[in-house]
Design a protein around this ligand. Structure first.
Ligand SMILES: [Zn+2]
Length: 201
């Protein structure tokens, strides 16, 4: 089978839940949540690796903010990764806007310069993704014209953040939308669905 150009949209769950907008007095709680979010590559990442390895070109757009997906795919030259909701490994000071890499182990989440709280560089659930992220994804889709769009993670296949890109891919020649579940007994299959999905769009 000829290698395809594919678009992979990862619904994402878990990690982003911890990064909802919080009041300054809740910053301690926010950081506790984020520090607990460290995870190892899981079933979804293995699926991604399989999908991406067999593709001619692939864009993986993930809503995970922990960087695990990007690290899993870093060695594949044909693969581009967009972290739609940012990456929790860097943070910006809420007072002086200084930005730095975060060392989780330190557990120190105050600005080294002014002592105020650092805010992780992530887009909270419910908020729109950044304009430059959206432009980059649309440009890729328009140029590469992926033949297949994979929507990963059954929990949120219709997440508002992902839906416009499925539609955009379809407008640019994407003939097939495939749903991938993180449940190993489910495997990869056409969404019962592909049709349900199209109707809902
Ligand atoms: Zn500062």
């Amino acid at each position: 089978m000829e290698a395809q150009t594919i678009l992979v949209l990862v619904g994402g769950a878990g990690a982003t839940e911890e990064t909802a907008v919080v009041a300054p007095y809740e910053m301690e709680k926010l950081w506790e949540g984020i520090d607990e979010c460290k995870r190892a590559p899981e079933v979804a990442d293995v699926h991604l690796l399989e999908l991406a390895a067999g593709a001619a070109r692939v864009l993986v757009a993930t809503q995970e903010t922990d960087g695990v997906t990007a690290r899993a795919l870093v060695d594949l030259p044909a693969c581009e990764v967009v972290e739609m909701r940012g990456n929790m490994h860097t943070a910006t000071c809420t007072a002086c806007y200084d930005s730095e890499h975060i060392a989780y182990a330190i557990g120190e989440h105050r600005c080294a310069h002014c002592g105020e709280w650092m805010m992780p560089d992530v887009v909270p659930p419910g908020a729109s993704i950044l304009t430059n992220t959206e432009c980059r994804m649309r440009a890729w889709i328009k140029t590469m014209r992926p033949g297949v769009c994979y929507v990963v993670d059954a929990a949120v296949p219709f997440a508002s953040c992902v839906r416009p890109f499925i539609q955009y891919a379809k407008q640019h020649g994407c003939a097939q939308v495939v749903h991938v579940s993180t449940d190993p007994s489910y495997k990869v299959k056409n969404l019962r669905g592909g049709e349900t999905l199209q109707r809902r769009l």
